[in-house]
Design a protein around this ligand. Structure first.
Ligand code: CP3
Length: 349
């Protein structure tokens, strides 16, 4: 399957004309037009649940910057929301569930959401965005990893020490495994529905996998993600899959063997070391420290060049930040970054 898009080509480790770039959380509060659309919607969840508005904010960063991919505007917490946990997003506090899942009986009561029924607004947004993009830019769909969703569902909100979920995992591994099974099934159906609706690549965000010990990561985070990848129906366009574990450096070789096409790297990882460890069996995505976007333009340009050189010759690299962009970043810094990536002298292996 030959794609005209450099983003898809790089994920498949095919030749490209320059390094593709997109930015995690590229649609968000650092853009004044995003803040205006969110104000119009009233709140973040209404924005996610109104396909026309989700499409509008997906398109906003593409109007400003020469990005090589669009990402569906949504959230990883749509699945637990559809399970009935009562999601709300409190300004400056992050997400919160009214009915967190704390014991085996609560886990046993969970249902697997039907993507077209319970999460139809997400599929409608994918269809509308794909139509609006009209083949110009490829569309990324996404989901959270089972472990990361379980963290929010059990803790009921963000957490520093993951006290409740780790206690569950160590005291009641049977209950933990059951919760992850339900999530694997839900996420597989959800991503397959996004691909069927038009997503041309999918990324699994494993934001909290790095909070686990070496062995626990393999059991509670990697293995469930591996089952999702095995269950994906990549559709007529053969959608590539990206796995992003924040703090995933200890397990790069194992993540590279999980069946995905690409690995997302955070900024703590040395790109050259990552490439040595995984070889060319996967593409790599990343990994500029988002904090660099607060620096002067010449520092941004220098660090982009340094990062590109560290990844080495194409094919097989998609430029990104090592984690999401923060609300305090000047849009002008993003323009500098994108232009610096595309303008960098570039070698093909
Ligand atoms: O990348 C994109 O542009 C697509 C949109 C996207 C959002 N959330 C929009 C959003 C994506 C891919 C996500 C994923 C997500 N959501 C993750 C995994 C990625 C990561 O950053 O590790 C996580 C852990 C969440 C859960 C979540 N949703 C949190 C912790 C928050 C609060 C963040 C904050 O800074 O307040 C959200 C809300 C959220 N999701 C916002 C956006 C733009 C901010 C909401 C707002 O106030 O407008």
């Amino acid at each position: 399957m030959d794609s005209p898009h450099r983003f898809i080509r790089a994920l498949r480790r095919q030749p490209v004309d320059t390094t593709p770039v997109w930015i995690m959380r590229q649609a968000g509060r650092y853009l004044p037009e995003y803040r205006a659309t969110r104000a119009e919607a009233g709140d973040f969840l209404t924005l996610c649940k109104t396909p026309e508005l989700a499409c509008e904010v997906t398109m906003q960063p593409l109007r400003r910057f020469e990005l090589d991919a669009a990402i569906l505007f949504s959230d990883i917490l749509t699945i637990p929301d559809a399970m009935g946990l009562g999601l709300s997003l409190v300004e400056k506090q992050g997400p919160r569930f009214d009915r967190p899942v704390r014991d085996l009986s609560a886990i046993q009561a969970l249902g697997v959401p039907d993507p077209e029924d319970d999460l139809g607004y997400v599929m409608d947004a994918v269809r509308l965005i794909r139509k609006t993009l009209d083949g110009r830019t490829p569309l990324i769909g996404f989901a959270g990893s089972p472990w990361t969703l379980a963290c929010y569902m059990v803790e009921g909100q963000g957490s520093r020490d993951f006290a409740r979920i780790k206690t569950l995992a160590y005291d009641r591994p049977d209950a933990m495994a059951h919760l992850l099974d339900i999530l694997v099934e839900s996420i597989t159906l959800y991503l397959n529905a996004q691909i069927a609706a038009g997503a041309q690549a999918v990324q699994i965000f494993d934001t909290w996998g790095g909070s686990l010990s070496y062995d626990a990561y393999r059991r509670w985070s990697l293995e469930p993600m591996q089952r999702i990848v095995a269950g994906l129906d990549r559709g007529p366009e053969d959608a590539p899959v990206i796995l992003f574990t924040k703090g995933g450096a200890p397990w790069l070789e194992q993540i590279a063997d999980a069946g995905a096409d690409a690995l997302g790297l955070d900024w703590c990882c040395d790109p050259a070391d990552a490439r040595r460890r995984v070889g060319h069996r996967v593409a790599l995505q990343g990994n500029l420290d988002p904090g660099i976007l607060r620096a002067d333009n010449h520092v941004i340009e220098r660090e982009v060049a340094r990062t590109l050189d560290a990844f080495g010759p194409q094919p097989g690299h998609v430029f990104n930040l090592g984690h999401g962009i923060t609300p305090d970043i000047r849009p002008d810094a993003v323009a500098k970054l994108v232009n610096a990536v595309h303008g960098h002298p570039f070698e093909s292996a």
